[in-house]
Design a protein around this ligand. Structure first.
Ligand SMILES: NC(=O)c1ccc[n+]([C@@H]2O[C@H](COP(=O)([O-])OP(=O)(O)OC[C@H]3O[C@@H](n4cnc5c(N)ncnc54)[C@H](O)[C@@H]3O)[C@@H](O)[C@H]2O)c1
Length: 318
């Protein structure tokens, strides 16, 4: 039995709505979009992936292929699964064509309210009436996104973690209007992808970033106030709290611009000064030090990302 046949059988034996979720469209093919396409393709779904940039789409397919090779070398999947996964994914440069048959769309485009609102207005127009529209946003309100459509009950957050093929969690975010039926379908679907879904309500930062970002911000305050240096702060949290990565290294990995914008969402959303971003974080972002993606953040990545060297500018802190 092919993966597609067994997938269809499994789906038919679960719930009516899940049985409709066969065609999946991913909007945005960056770090998250390619990982989400990979996971769905590997689990037998037909995946259409759309991006405004054809370069990004080509890069995404190359990344998926490379990541499947890594899974093969670790003995996690066979060559056959790789071939099947790649054959399940088709790239599109026209949104309407990518989503016209979709039962589920997962939007993973750039984190910007206007981009997402425009996309959801278009998705509402182009997608079949019964389609569920999900967003992988880290911080934008699902309720607000739902409100730009005529189907807010079918709009939901599916917050995958990076790297998607490896990380188990899907934070499933119910907007104010999201229905029980849609939430149940998305929870069941996430399990079917081998993930562990956790249902949360739509408040700023949801759960993951509401807890993670203040921790990162506090680590930056500790550096800013001279409590300890970069390596010392990260070592305390790695060895003392069994975190696999220190908070400053993690901030570099996520992107300091992304951390700042999520902290601003928390600060504006709750109006509580405890979420105010540390002035050092603001300065670093204004100076273009975004972490790994710009080559410099709390650490310098001129020697590659495996070599952890505290950035010259921050050696004096602590
Ligand atoms: N990177 C992470 O660790 C992470 C984790 C969880 C959630 N997220 C969320 O996932 C989403 C994507 O983040 P990313 O890190 O993959 O970003 P990214 O910058 O790697 O990729 C974004 C992609 O969106 C494309 N894009 C921009 N406008 C578009 C449009 N109108 N239509 C289609 N594609 C468009 C860009 O060309 C780019 O390829 C964001 O909402 C982000 O908050 C990111």
């Amino acid at each position: 039995m092919s993966l597609n046949e067994s997938n269809a059988q499994y789906i038919l034996s679960t719930s009516r709505i899940i049985s409709l979720l066969m065609n999946v469209a991913i909007v945005g093919s960056g770090a998250m979009g390619n990982g989400i396409a990979h996971v769905f393709g590997q689990h037998g779904f037909k995946v259409a992936i759309f991006d405004v940039s054809s370069d990004a789409l080509n890069k995404a397919m190359a990344t998926i292929s490379k990541n499947l090779d890594r899974q093969i070398s670790k003995g996690l999947i066979s060559e056959e699964v790789k071939t099947l996964t790649l054959s399940n994914i088709t790239i599109y440069t026209v949104l309407k064509d990518a989503v016209k048959k979709a039962d589920l769309v997962i939007e993973a485009a750039t984190e910007n309210e206007n981009i997402k609102f425009d996309l959801f207005r278009n998705l509402d127009e182009y997608c079949p009436k019964q389609a569920i529209l999900a967003s992988n946003t880290s911080s934008i309100s699902i309720t607000k996104i739902g409100a730009v459509t005529k189907r807010p009950g079918q709009v939901i957050g599916m917050h995958f973690m990076n790297p998607v093929p490896v990380m188990k969690l899907v934070e499933v975010i119910r907007g104010y209007a999201t229905t029980d039926e849609v939430t149940k379908s998305v929870m069941e679907l996430s399990v079917q992808l081998g993930k562990v879904p956790v249902e949360v309500n739509d408040y700023p930062g949801f759960v993951a970033n509401r807890i993670l970002m203040p921790m990162i911000n506090e680590a930056i305050y500790s550096l800013y106030e001279g409590v300890a240096g970069v390596e010392q702060i990260d070592t305390v949290m790695k060895l003392g709290m069994a975190h696999p990565m220190g908070p400053l290294q993690l901030a570099d990995f996520i992107g300091l611009d992304v951390c700042l914008s999520i902290l601003r969402v928390l600060h504006d959303g709750f109006g509580n000064p405890k979420y105010a971003p540390c002035p050092l974080l603001i300065n670093m972002v204004e100076a273009g030090n975004y972490g790994i993606k710009s080559g410099c953040g709390f650490y310098s990545y001129s020697e590659g990302i495996k070599e952890l060297n505290v950035s010259e500018r921050l050696k004096q802190h602590g």
